[in-house]
Design a protein. Structure first.
Length: 343
């Protein structure tokens, strides 16, 4: 190197990272063909670590503190460069800073239902979501396995991989917890602990420490939730057929009210809010048919629709017409149909 080239050459005497902005995990100190001055100052702040890389190999790792870079403070790098201890010269090496702060409120969730084994239902497909927090615990491992030589590496670059790890271990966590699906909602803390236990080794394998894990919601797909709701409703009424018919009627009332569903007296009555009484009558019919035979059932069927019921229904139709819910034509048609029942 000529004298002028040496004079023009720039040397670095302060190496530090002010960590501007959130979410940056790794940052490469800009060298731009410059060399580090022998005796330069390296400042590593709290919640940071610095890694020196020479010719593709990690030479030294520095924790928080201020260092004068000499042959005494970077012995491994000194060995790699074969420096003569009496020859104090600049050197060139890549320097990477790593944030060891806790990265909080990282989201996870199932994009599609996950099938798991369940002691009550055999197998269910569930959805779940929550958040977690982590930090870099081993910057050397994180550098070699994840961030590499990139100028900057942030949480957004790692988000997809970590979400994948969570979902990959979700089924195992539920199995290890031994908590059936119906109890998961009431035991989300235990579920989160089991999930954290499953994930900790996977995070450690890439230089991370899992600091916290929460499960905020566990649910079934809509179609399975409807089946579960019906099962719960059946469990509430037990073997009482009368209560079962009331339950079924109560479930049907909103549907009839929305679409004017059904035809004849049954549809009108349920659409107008008289379904509960009709459900009781139907329940009586069923019980009598089971206990007393066809004659009792026929008698109950004849008593099922009484004139006073029809008149009550007509009054309700009149109220709906007055409120503008039914048109004159609709009211007249329903009225004619109901009056035929009195003949």
């Amino acid at each position: 190197m000529g004298l002028m080239d040496f004079i023009k050459k720039q040397f670095i005497d302060i190496i530090q990272w002010t960590e501007e902005g959130d979410g940056t995990l790794a940052w490469r100190f800009p060298m731009r063909d410059m060399e580090i001055q022998y005796g330069a100052s390296l400042t590593v702040r709290e919640s940071q670590m610095a890694v020196f890389v020479n010719e593709g190999k990690v030479a030294d790792v520095f924790g928080p503190g201020m260092y004068k870079l000499t042959t005494q403070t970077i012995p491994v790098l000194t060995y790699l460069k074969n420096w003569d201890k009496l020859f104090e010269s600049p050197f060139k090496s890549e320097v990477y800073f790593f944030s060891t702060r806790q990265q909080v409120d990282q989201k996870w969730g199932t994009s599609q239902p996950v099938t798991i084994r369940d002691k009550d239902f055999g197998a269910v497909r569930l959805r779940a979501f929550g958040n977690y927090s982590f930090r870099i615990a081993d910057p050397k491992l994180f550098h070699t396995e994840i961030s590499g030589t990139r100028e900057s590496y942030g949480t957004q670059d790692l988000d997809g991989q970590l979400r994948g790890l969570v979902l990959q271990h979700l089924s195992d966590a539920i199995a290890q917890s031994g908590i059936p699906f119906l109890d998961l909602a009431a035991n989300q803390i235990e579920f989160a602990k089991a999930l954290s236990t499953e994930l900790t080794p996977a995070f450690a394998a890439i230089g991370l420490k899992l600091e916290g894990m929460t499960v905020q919601n566990v649910s079934l797909p809509e179609e399975l939730q409807k089946i579960l709701d019906q099962k719960i409703g059946m469990g509430m009424v037990g073997n009482d057929m009368g209560k079962f018919m009331q339950y079924q009627t109560a479930q049907a009332i909103p549907k009839f009210a929305e679409g004017g569903g059904g035809s004849g007296i049954a549809g009108d009555a349920m659409g107008l809010g008289a379904g509960l009484a009709l459900g009781q009558v139907l329940a009586q019919n069923l019980q009598q048919g089971l206990q007393g035979g066809a004659n009792a059932a026929a008698a109950a069927a004849g008593a099922a629709i009484k004139p006073e019921d029809i008149m009550a229904t007509l009054e309700k139709l009149g109220e709906l017409k007055a409120k503008g819910i039914l048109t004159d034509e609709e009211f007249s048609a329903k009225k004619a149909e109901l009056l035929k029942k009195l003949v």
